[in-house]
Design a protein around this ligand. Structure first.
Ligand code: FES
Length: 162
């Protein structure tokens, strides 16, 4: 065997191994994106007797909050799952949940004030209890939203919103 054909075989071997690695890596990445999140029970709906009542819970390793809020003015919040409409005894109520990790640098944000705003003690960002949106910087992004489901009067956290 001459040197040219030997080195050509080596190159083909490297390409084959590299392609397998890319294919395997692709599968891993797909698996990571679709890995199931174990639903977490937050509690019974009765814990949220009126608008602005909140329940703290842990989800995906982060302190999080469920809130009962007034009907959102922006329908997009309902369509995106940011706010969930639930009918209880023929009355519509609205729920939202999000991580309490500040989207600026990750500090845990504080409890709501009388204006239903939560402030981060680290650099002063503020977020709306109604939907987790940032209302004052330096944070610009909304709090990470949590997908909710209600089954037999029990509120479940079932995933993170995009
Ligand atoms: S970490 Fe919250 S404002 Fe900076």
């Amino acid at each position: 065997m001459n040197e040219v054909s030997k080195s050509r075989r080596e190159v083909l071997k490297v390409i084959a191994v590299g392609s397998a690695g890319v294919a395997f890596g692709g599968q891993l990445s797909t698996f990571a994106q679709t890995a199931e999140i174990k639903p977490v029970s937050i509690g019974k709906l009765e814990k949220l007797a009126k608008d602005w009542d909140v329940v703290a819970f842990d989800f995906q390793g982060a302190a999080s909050q469920l809130a009962r809020v007034p009907m959102p003015k922006d329908e997009k919040l309902l369509k995106a799952g940011r706010v969930l409409e639930v009918t209880v005894d023929k009355t519509k109520i609205y729920l939202t949940a999000y991580s309490l990790s500040c989207t600026h640098q990750g500090c845990k944000i504080g409890a709501q004030d009388k204006e239903h705003v939560m402030t981060c003690g680290c650099h002063g960002s503020a977020f709306s209890v109604a939907d987790g949106s940032a209302t004052h910087g330096p944070a610009k992004k909304s709090l990470s939203g949590i997908k909710l489901e209600v089954k037999d009067g029990e509120v479940m956290a079932v995933g993170m919103l995009a």
